[in-house]
Ligand binder design. Structure first.
Ligand SMILES: [Zn+2]
Length: 529
């Protein structure tokens, strides 16, 4: 048997640690607590223990590398039991956590234990326990509260002109002596200056990116990695490896290069949400001369003027672009650019305009072709949902039969126990009669009666336990068939809504090979293996 332990520490936890000095969520603490728990339970004696750990990840969703890996292994049937310190370590989103604990794990027959919450799914009481769901919900609320507290503390320090970002922007390093101050990093600062110079000379961001690649200058992310940071942004694996217009714009828009400290440009849309929204400039906290400048205000303003000029050139409005940000290149991973006429658009990968490193598809692919592929794929999805629904029904029937069988057995056993109960009662009665009529002496009577009472006590206990178990074992109730719901929604939704709601990406490979990635399909396969 393989038991997975899951540990998580988030950026907020680390901030809170400074604020309220609580160490209880440290990785070491979680690890100790779990291994103590496992050590105390004999059923884990020969189990193989595998640890999964997400360091620096928020629990608001399941987009964390270690938890993803854990869930993959669960799907593959490689893990029979998961142990965490408490539910909030596993996740802070009430709905998602609830779904795994009440549906996915029982379905896959995986035992789930949250040590500090006293939750163990193998306990028959646990399955429908309202208390647990409620506690998870509280964690979710607590998470909002926590992020609010951390945010306030950060804003306070930002007002004092301290560099609050976890990392200094490209071109600076954090001052070793003062954690919240930054100083120019000579090499990178020179690259920032050349980016601004090229912009002032009238080069487009694409031209600047190409030039930086041509000069073989490490990208900000490569540079950061080289200097020992292992922080990576998901989904950007390839983009990190060459300069793109986005990298260039990010530098050209960053006012911190003029010596200003800027805080609060973006915020999360809300707690429990990873999406960030841009904050109105009036709400930003800026402090002049917070650190040494790399770029003069004049140079900075010039670049802004040029950027505005590019922006004026026609951009497609989001609303009319059905596949906005969904068409990606299968080689470099970047979003493909929409080109061609408004009525007859097509997609093309721009990476080859910036660097020759990747063998990206060079041909354009028409939006009409993509939509046709998506529609075909969607029809397959409907079939898939129908099939999954049938598989689910069969499994459910099997589980129910199993329950009926178990109940029958328990009833037989209870009946036998009650019979032997009665037999012992009459035996004790007989003993007394024999003693009263002088057939037994006092010593023999006391000895035999004592032994009989002991047996009587044992049987009583067994009856009690069995009755208790049978009381709780009342059919857990039918689990909902989620595939049925999905099946209906898949069929009824028009194509446009499907694309907006559940189409994650259309990935284009050379030779116009196309892969369609649906968001809900993961859920399906997560539950069906
Ligand atoms: Zn590409």
């Amino acid at each position: 048997m393989t038991v997975a332990t899951y540990l998580r520490i988030s950026y907020e936890d680390q901030e809170m640690k400074k604020a309220v000095k609580t160490e209880s969520n440290s990785i070491a603490n979680q690890r100790n607590l779990i291994s103590n728990f496992i050590g105390k339970h004999p059923e884990f004696e020969h189990a193989r223990i595998v640890e999964f750990c997400d360091d620096g990840w928020s629990g608001r969703n399941f987009e964390r590398p270690a938890v993803r890996e854990l869930l993959n292994q669960v799907q593959d049937g490689r893990i029979r039991c998961i142990v965490v310190k408490d539910l909030s370590r596993f996740g802070r989103n009430y709905l998602e956590v609830g779904n795994y604990i009440s549906r996915v794990f029982p379905f896959l027959n995986v035992r789930f234990i949250a040590v500090n919450d006293n939750f163990d799914s193998s306990n028959p009481m646990a399955a429908e326990s309202l208390e647990v769901s409620f506690k998870t919900l509280l964690h979710d609320i607590y998470s909002r509260d926590l992020s609010h507290k951390v945010k306030n503390s950060l804003r306070f320090q930002a007002r004092q002109g301290k560099c609050m970002a976890a990392f200094a922007p490209y071109g600076y390093v954090k001052d070793a002596g003062h954690k919240n101050r930054m100083i120019p990093d000579p090499d990178a600062a020179e690259n920032v200056r050349s980016v601004f110079r090229m912009a002032a000379d009238g080069m487009t961001t694409l031209q600047i990116a190409r030039e930086m690649n041509h000069r073989n200058i490490l990208t900000p992310m490569q540079y950061k990695r080289m200097n020992g940071s292992n922080r990576t942004i998901p989904n950007r694996i390839h983009e990190d490896n060459f300069w793109t217009p986005e990298t260039v714009i990010k530098i050209l828009r960053d006012e911190r290069y003029t010596g200003k400290a800027v805080f609060g440009k973006r915020k999360r849309e809300g707690a429990g949400n990873t999406r960030q929204v841009t904050v109105n400039k009036a709400e930003w906290i800026t402090v002049d001369h917070a650190h040494e400048s790399i770029i003069s205000q004049v140079e900075f303003d010039q670049a802004q003027k040029k950027l505005r000029a590019y922006a004026k050139r026609g951009t497609v409005r989001k609303t009319e672009n059905l596949l906005h940000k969904k068409v990606r290149c299968g080689i470099c991973g970047r979003c493909m650019m929409r080109t061609g006429s408004r009525k007859n658009p097509s997609y093309t990968c721009m990476t080859s305009c910036m660097t020759e490193v990747y063998p990206c598809p060079t041909e354009r692919i028409a939006q009409a072709d993509l939509l046709e592929i998506i529609q075909k794929n969607m029809q397959e999805q409907v079939k898939y949902a129908v099939d999954s629904s049938q598989i689910w029904e069969e499994r459910q029937r099997h589980i129910e039969n199993q329950e009926v069988l178990e109940r029958d057995n328990s009833e037989k056993k209870l009946c036998m126990l009650k019979q032997s109960h009665n037999r012992i009662e009459s035996y004790i009665q007989e003993l007394y009669e024999k003693f009263a009529f002088g057939e037994l002496d006092r010593d023999a009577y006391v000895r035999l009666k004592k032994a009989a009472l002991e047996r009587y006590g044992n049987v009583s206990k067994q009856i009690e336990e069995l009755e208790l178990k049978m009381g709780h074992g009342k059919m857990n109730g039918r689990m909902e068939n989620r595939f049925e719901e999905n099946k209906i929604s898949v069929i009824e939704k028009p194509m446009k809504d499907m694309i907006a709601d559940v189409l994650r990406a259309v990935i284009v490979y050379p030779g116009k090979r196309v892969e369609v990635v649906w968001d809900y399909r993961d859920e399906f396969s997560a539950s069906v293996f």
